[in-house]
Design a protein around this ligand. Structure first.
Ligand code: FA5
Length: 353
């Protein structure tokens, strides 16, 4: 063996003993990592030694190269062992300092907390769950859709052409990649038609977003619940029956409602169903903008273009849909006069429900 090859072998042995001497002095994962870089990194000691391989004959290169690879495996294993040791020590230390006794009873809740002494559902969720019960008892299924939507599902498939003026009524927040935060739960109408075979009976509770001027009844983030029925024969009478049932079940009494024409590109005909303001009983307050009525249930028969976008033949299928303002309904139910209370983390407000 040439002197050069012998020198390389010695250098490899020296590396191994150097690492075994310094390994125990690495007391943290960071120190260990720097040791790994120092020995095995691209600019480390092993790479420096291996540069000498080039000047050896091919037989010697194969021999010393194999030895170097084996050494690398041993060094890696030693570093891994030390890492496992350090982690074990870390966990043992945590177990000493961060333990708690799960059997100790909790301290009493401060005054003003919820009467149950525990967390509870948000008022909008309580109303949502109640509506889900009512609709599932009538054979509806609960559907979900993404809050970050495409222009296609939020607008185009719902018959809003790119320059449709009705887009102005629902301005929203856009991402740099061209997605938007959905402005209503109606996009799920088309998603449901595309993914399920008719007939369909669905509700879609969910969060929606608008670029909105805020006041007592307008938030930028609020909840809606879409309802949709697709069948061979669907009429406005079905729609009215559904909406009356919904309001009667929620409020446990007949509610004063009025129906007036309303325009939405995705229904024909379209209606606005208003209910008498339960906060002022029709007398007028800041919530109903002193009109005595609150817009909660826009609705209509599904437009043929929307059926087509969902892959259905409008000569065969008909649909009815509504878009309930869930947040506003919860407000009427609990007589909450300002929508902005609902998103506050203020316990004094939230623990009332
Ligand atoms: C819609 O969003 C339609 N997608 C509803 C629809 C569905 C019509 C199916 C026909 C068929 P509109 O923009 O009116 O419609 O909103 C529906 C309800 O959401 C309103 O009646 C209101 O109760 C509630 N709402 C609208 N904007 C806000 C807001 N900024 N804050 C709180 N609630 C709101």
């Amino acid at each position: 063996m040439t002197e050069q090859a012998q020198a390389l072998q010695k250098a490899l042995q020296a590396l191994e003993s150097e690492l075994s001497q310094t390994l125990d002095s690495a007391n943290t994962i960071a120190e260990l990592e720097s040791l790994r870089q120092n020995f095995l990194g691209k600019k480390g000691k092993l790479t420096a030694v291996l540069k000498g391989l080039g000047s050896l004959s091919s037989e010697e290169r194969a021999l010393v190269g194999t030895q170097a690879n084996k050494l690398k495996e041993r060094l890696t294993a030693s570093l891994e062992n030390r890492e496992a040791q350090l982690k074990e020590q870390q966990y043992a230390a945590l177990a000493e300092t961060e333990w708690f006794d799960a059997t100790v009873p909790p301290p009493p809740f401060p005054a003003g907390y919820h009467k149950s002494g525990a967390g509870h559902l948000h008022p909008v969720t309580i109303v949502q769950r109640r509506l889900e019960e009512i609709f599932t008892s009538m054979g509806f299924s609960i559907f979900d859709g993404p809050q970050v939507e495409t222009d296609f599902f939020n607008f185009e498939a719902l018959n809003f052409t790119p320059d449709h003026p009705a887009r102005e009524m629902q301005d929203t927040f856009y991402t740099k990649q061209g997605y938007l935060l959905r402005t209503h739960t109606s996009p799920v109408q088309v998603r449901a038609m595309q993914s399920q075979k008719p007939p369909l009976r669905i509700i879609v509770p969910g969060r929606v977003f608008r670029y909105e001027e805020l006041d007592a009844s307008h938030e930028h983030t609020f909840n809606q619940m879409e309802g949709m029925v697709i069948d061979r024969k669907v009429s406005v009478a079905h729609l009215l029956y559904l909406m009356r049932t919904l309001l009667k079940e929620i409020f446990c009494s007949e509610i004063e409602v009025r129906l007036r024409p309303g325009y939405f590109p995705f229904v024909e005909p379209g209606f606005e169903l208003d209910m008498q303001c339960l906060i002022c009983h029709g007398k007028g307050c800041q919530f109903c903008k002193y009109s005595g009525w609150v817009e909660v249930l826009p609705c209509g028969l599904v437009h043929p273009n929307v059926l087509r976008a969902g892959g259905l033949d409008p000569d065969e299928w008909q649909g009815a849909a509504f878009g309930l303002g869930l947040t506003r309904l919860a407000m009427l139910n609990y007589k909450i006069e300002d929508i902005r209370h609902l998103q506050t983390p203020n316990p004094a407000f939230l623990y009332q429900f």
